[in-house]
Design a protein around this ligand. Structure first.
Ligand code: GLC
Length: 598
């Protein structure tokens, strides 16, 4: 069923007020609200007029089923096109593989045209509306979207909102002296930049220290939170909002069904603050959401906000006295991912229990994105606040966990510190398999133990009810790829350690069959138990600190984060093994007990 112009008017009435309210909050004091609204409305109407009938039909279907993505079978997959399949058309040949894994959501990294030279793995975008030329064309992507949709797989692309590449046409025009585009970026004088620097944290302290880059053509210090070639956008300028709304809707019309809002927490800058998670960043996301709800309501927004746990749930939206204003449908449960690694390192479920406990109570039409690994490092700092209730010295405790995952002492893990020589707590790189012990395993016993740890972290992601997303190659147990160190273009960037070329020849190795088999059992268990959405914590015996209990749907899932067998007082049939659960859980074992406790 196609959308009519009266549907658009209905949706404009429904969501237009929310959109206008955000514009008023962001720009009311500095700009003419009526003029801005009529320009935004024109963008919405133009993009709506171009929306393909097939996408309009999806809009109608998804409005009728708002929780379509809060479903037990929502397994995700995240990958680089080049490293996975060479090109976009090559990827079309891999749809069947993804379908076999049960994938319903596919996040493609580094898909849009990136900066020439170093591009921070594709996150320095030179043109949001073109595909990276070596990968294919937008027509190829549209064809891919069609094949994916036929397999009920939604395609997600990164929308890097915080910055463009320094060779994006906006930046080039700004550098050439065009005042319109200069105001798309933030340029400070040296003294002001130095003053701001004192309160700003650093994302890449070793490879890109500081938050400003001197650009002579711009006559000052350009705000660059990440790499010097990633220029932060000036969201206080409504032209940036107009351009981004237009860009996002054009991409949605090409067939993308989800946007990963990159670095969501950084969008708004305000003197005297750390410029993270400011209320205005939320107003921006709400404006984008309202624009999508009007023109392309089939589309999901996903927040990448790698920030302390307490700051994360607001990215789902909030009620500020005008009714609930939604933001993202999906938000990475980064803290739960980090907590899983801490639990493996210290053989205690205390931290994941604390995170599961605060991961509930999601609004209607919202879900977590859960995962064990992704293309970035494991950033430890996000859970410092959560550890405060558990330990009097959270920093020391996390540092111990990080060192363990980086292979200290007799550790089985093979991680490498990121943006630190290891002496300062920051991040850790490595693939799921290498960090869980497969790289260091030398015999069948240690290999089996590593498989169990991999399965344990996958269980944590799946049992937590979210869109459980597999990171490329982890399903076949790919190990760290140290080759990047010999590549002059990549050697400075440690995250390439876990961005290997997909090894298709590994598919029928015992490791791949074991890991993919475990994943398939987990997915089947969640589907059979109809578990989806926010997790709840199950009480466990306090004398067994390594045991974590999660309710998933009506099922009870128990995870033993230790290398010793632990007693399990709950009983029932384990969906993973198909037999009655034993009275003890083996080292690093998980069980998925069917139905409510008798
Ligand atoms: C996000 C991406 C990361 C990138 C950064 C800057 O955190 O996941 O890979 O470096 O944004 O764009």
């Amino acid at each position: 069923m196609a959308t009519t112009s009266s549907d658009l008017d209905t949706r404009l009435r429904q969501h237009g007020t929310t959109l206008r309210r955000q514009l008023e909050r962001l720009y009311g004091a500095t700009h003419d609200g009526d003029a801005l609204w009529s320009r935004i409305e024109a963008v919405l109407r133009d993009r709506m007029a171009e929306r393909p009938p097939v996408m309009q039909a999806l809009d109608v279907a998804r409005i009728a089923d708002r929780d379509w993505f809060v479903a037990p079978d929502m397994i995700g997959y995240s990958t680089y096109v080049d490293r996975f399949a060479g090109t976009v058309s090559g990827l079309t040949q891999k749809v069947e593989y993804l379908d076999t894994l049960g994938v319903r959501y596919l996040h493609l990294l580094a898909l849009l045209k990136a900066r020439t030279g170093d591009s921070d793995g594709g996150f320095a975008v030179a043109d949001y509306l073109s595909i990276e030329p070596t990968l294919g064309t937008m027509a190829d992507v549209e064809a891919l979207c069609g094949s994916l949709r036929a397999s009920r797989i939604s395609l997600c692309v990164d929308l890097a909102l915080n910055h463009t590449a320094d060779d994006h046409v906006w930046a080039l025009k700004a550098k050439a002296g065009d005042p319109h585009y200069r105001d798309y970026y933030i340029v400070l004088d040296e003294a002001e930049a130095a003053a701001r620097e004192t309160v700003l944290p650093q994302v890449f302290p070793t490879t890109a220290p500081g938050n400003f880059t001197h650009v002579p053509e711009m006559g000052g210090e350009v705000w660059t939170t990440f790499y010097p070639f990633q220029w932060d956008l000036n969201w206080a300028n409504p032209e940036v909002m107009l351009a981004m709304v237009d860009t996002m809707l054009r991409l949605a019309n090409h067939g993308f069904e989800a946007f990963r809002l990159d670095s969501t927490a950084f969008l708004w800058k305000q003197a005297g603050t750390d410029c993270r998670n400011l209320p205005q960043s939320h107003f921006i996301v709400r404006a984008l959401r309202a624009a999508l709800d009007i023109v392309a309501p089939a589309t999901l927004l996903k927040a990448e906000a790698i920030v302390p746990t307490a700051f994360v749930p607001p990215y789902f939206g909030a009620d500020e006295g005008e009714g609930f204003e939604p933001e993202c449908h999906l938000v990475y449960n980064n803290s739960l991912m980090v907590a899983g690694w801490v639990a493996l390192a210290e053989q205690s479920a205390a931290l994941p229990a604390a995170i599961v406990d605060v991961s509930g109570g999601l609004p209607h039409g919202a879900n977590w994105l859960t995962y064990a690994r992704c293309h970035d490092d494991i950033g430890w700092g996000a859970v410092l606040g959560d550890l405060r209730g558990i330990d009097s010295d959270p920093e020391a405790r996390l540092t111990d966990a990080a060192h363990f995952i980086e292979g200290a002492g007799d550790s089985w893990a093979r991680g490498v510190p990121f943006q630190s020589d290891g002496s300062v707590l920051h991040g850790t790189n490595g693939t799921l398999a290498s960090l869980a012990g497969l790289e260091a395993a030398t015999d069948d016993v240690s290999r089996e133990t590593a498989f169990r740890r991999i399965a344990l972290l996958n269980t944590l992601a799946v049992a937590s009810g979210g869109v459980a997303t597999i990171y490329m190659g982890d399903e076949v147990g790919m190990l760290n790829d140290y080759a990047y160190r010999d590549d002059p273009d990549r050697a400075h960037e440690g995250r390439w350690l876990h961005r290997p070329q997909m090894d298709w020849s590994a598919l029928d190795t015992p490791a791949a069959m074991r890991i993919a088999g475990d994943l398939a059992r987990l997915r089947a268990a969640r589907v059979a138990g109809a578990g989806a959405g926010a997790p709840t914590l199950l009480a466990t015996d306090a004398s067994v600190p390594a045991l974590l209990g999660i309710r998933c749907g009506t099922d009870r899932v128990y995870l033993n984060f230790s290398d010793r067998a632990v007693p399990l007082s709950d009983t029932g049939t384990d969906r993973l093994s198909g037999s009655a659960a034993a009275a003890t859980l083996a080292p690093w074992q998980a069980v998925w007990l069917m139905g409510d406790r008798a």
